[in-house]
Design a protein around this ligand. Structure first.
Ligand code: MLT
Length: 251
């Protein structure tokens, strides 16, 4: 499936992959802020925004395959690949399946391990709630863990607005896809391309020390911790995220 996207700029492609249960707009400030050094392409994964939908029942690998088809349609052989959270899970799958297409990896607010067994029931409950009541019904319980306490009302409103626009069936399918995702921990030492890890200092969704745990096994990986930001650092502190990505890509 060829995905829809927003884009700006020219030159090598920086492909940006959003997380759960959101869409490409989490990267709005990266599209505008990095378009002088890259052709920034922020995709909507299947089932939301500018992308077509399909029968529910997809996997993280399905999303990775959609990205590969989209990269081909952009007319390039390689991309700098950035993924936030679930987008990071997809980036690991993409690395396993299409390593030749990856120039560099930027992993934001994510982790390599699979869901522990006690998480899996929660994923099923989340899927059921999204299916019955819509994605917006997830906002109340998720938001306090997603955003730093310093997040402005404007940022909160933008995030809730994105939740509201994602179909419940899409979020249900993504929740189940995350439940069944592969463990990527063993792949980390095989990441031979330059890698940047970004984490918000106030991320309460991931366990403490997740950024370090991800960076250490990846040869030469660089870790940047973003102040005044939680799990959604790109929208909470875009200037700091942009300067981390710019420094990495310039280097
Ligand atoms: C995300 O931000 O994509 C999700 O919170 C990831 C997850 O639930 O594991």
């Amino acid at each position: 499936m060829k995905l829809g996207y927003d884009e700006a700029g020219h030159g090598p492609v920086l492909l940006m992959v959003h997380g759960f249960p959101i869409d490409r707009r989490i990267w709005a400030e990266q599209i505008s802020g990095l378009s002088d050094i890259r052709r920034v392409v922020a995709v909507d994964l299947r089932g939301r925004g500018k992308s077509p939908t399909s029968e529910a029942g997809w996997t993280i690998d399905t999303h990775a395959d959609d990205l590969a088809e989209t990269v081909q349609s952009l007319g390039v052989d390689q991309v700098d690949l950035a993924g936030i959270s679930m987008g990071g899970y997809i980036a690991f799958a993409f690395w396993r399946r299409y390593p030749q297409m990856v120039r560099t990896l930027i992993l934001v607010s994510t982790r390599a391990n699979e869901d522990p067994p006690e998480y899996k029931t929660g994923r099923e409950m989340t899927a059921e709630r999204a299916r019955q009541y819509g994605t917006a019904a997830l906002a109340g319980s998720m938001l306090p863990n997603l955003l730093d306490e310093s997040a402005s009302q404007e940022v909160k409103d933008r995030v809730v607005g994105i939740f509201e626009s994602v179909p419940g069936a899409t979020s249900a399918a993504d929740s189940l896809a995350m439940k069944d995702r592969a463990d990527s921990t063993g792949d980390l030492p095989s990441i031979t391309v330059p890698a940047l890890i970004i984490e918000g200092q106030g991320d309460h969704l991931l366990p403490e020390g997740s950024g370090k745990a991800l960076a250490e096994p990846i040869p030469g990986a660089k870790l940047v911790r973003i102040p005044a930001a939680g799990h959604f650092a790109p929208i909470e502190n875009p200037d700091a995220v942009n300067s981390a990505i710019r420094g990495f890509l310039d280097g």
